[in-house]
Design a binder for this molecule. Structure first.
Ligand SMILES: Nc1nc2c(ncn2[C@@H]2O[C@H](COP(=O)(O)OP(=O)(O)OP(=O)(O)O)[C@@H](O)[C@H]2O)c(=O)[nH]1
Ligand SMILES: [Mg+2]
Ligand SMILES: [Zn+2]
Length: 304
């Protein structure tokens, strides 16, 4: 029988079987130890597209169950590294408008990582009840830039039940994983979507770091013909497998600037760079260009 892995803790997989029942089982030893090459056909450069991955089952996998053990992982539609989950249709990028403070740099960093993994993303901005009307208007104005880039943006207050219906609509018949900074309100949002659920959520404590209710593992829950996944938030995010060349492609609007220099890295000291000019005259959001430079400098620093 087949099933889908909905949770994994300490080598024990919780699998939702085709018959609707859930079982907790382990994977066959040999399966866990295998290694294989995963080729991403959509990726352009062969170097970036071939990666060795440990062939152990993960949350989201559809697996074959034989003798009360996972004996085979069915082909994956995709496989994310962060969060570590397979067969995802879209990511809901959950970002707090306050507590933790909204950061355009962090948003750009998340977007670069998501685009790199070639997954559709919806941006959800939480805790809008913590903003004044003026602050909310200012944030929405800036976010129109991202909407023009093609991202859907939903404003939510899980506390006051604002925007929950829009999120619910975006989740229909899809496998969606919630991802974002720790304390952004992912688990609280799932509680708002599925009221009788009551997932443990975290009181943010700056003195103690992570709160005790912070989510520790990925879980998939059945929702509206699809699944919704809660994941542990991160406090730090890196540029995973991204080099300078791919970085400028991941700032998708740079292409439209038609920088006349071939192989330009669009740095602030390049006279006549089309991307720099677009940032100066406001065609490119200033904070976007700043984010790009910050990431580029970080990549260049690492090469030294
Ligand atoms: N005022 C307000 N508080 C919220 C809202 N959403 C979440 N919170 C609070 O923010 C804190 C963190 O929420 P969580 O849902 O635990 O955050 P998380 O993203 O799941 O965090 P991790 O599991 O650590 O990744 C909790 O104290 C929530 O009550 C909201 O819409 N409004
Ligand atoms: Mg959580
Ligand atoms: Zn340039």
């Amino acid at each position: 029988m087949k099933g889908r892995i909905i949770n994994l803790v300490g080598g024990v997989y919780k699998v939702l079987k085709e018959d609707g029942n859930t079982i907790s089982i382990k994977a066959r030893g040999r399966l866990r130890a295998e290694k294989r090459l995963e080729v991403n056909e959509k990726s352009k450069s062969t170097k970036a597209s071939i990666q060795t991955v440990k062939n152990s089952p993960k949350v989201g996998d559809i697996v074959l169950i034989e003798n009360e053990m996972i004996s085979k992982i069915m082909d994956r539609k995709n496989s994310l590294i962060r969060p570590d989950i397979a067969n995802v249709d879209q990511i809901l990028l959950v970002f707090a408008s306050k507590e933790p403070d909204f950061s355009f740099y962090l948003l750009d960093l998340f977007l670069v990582n998501i685009l790199k993994q070639k997954i559709d993303a919806v941006i959800v901005i939480t805790k809008i009840d913590k903003l004044s009307d003026l602050e909310l208007k200012d944030l929405k104005d800036k976010m129109t830039y991202y909407e023009k880039l093609g991202f859907k943006v939903i404003y939510v207050s899980s506390k006051n039940n604002i925007g929950i219906d829009l999120v619910s609509k975006a989740l229909e018949n899809k496998i969606t994983v919630l991802s974002g900074q720790t304390g952004a309100g992912k688990s609280t949002l799932i509680n708002a979507l599925i009221p009788d659920f009551n997932l443990q959520t975290q009181e943010i404590s700056y003195a103690l770091g992570r709160g005790k209710h912070t989510t520790r593992e990925t879980n998939l829950y059945l929702y509206k013909g699809g699944f919704i996944g809660d994941t542990p938030g991160f406090s730090k995010l890196d540029l995973l497998g991204i080099d300078e060349e791919s970085l400028k492609d991941l700032f998708i609007e740079f292409k439209g600037c038609n920088c006349r220099f071939k192989d330009c890295n669009h740095k602030e000291n390049i006279l006549g760079c089309g991307v720099k000019e677009a940032a100066l005259n406001g065609d490119i959001l200033k904070s976007r260009y700043d984010s790009y430079l910050k990431m580029l400098n970080e990549l260049l620093r690492r090469k030294k």
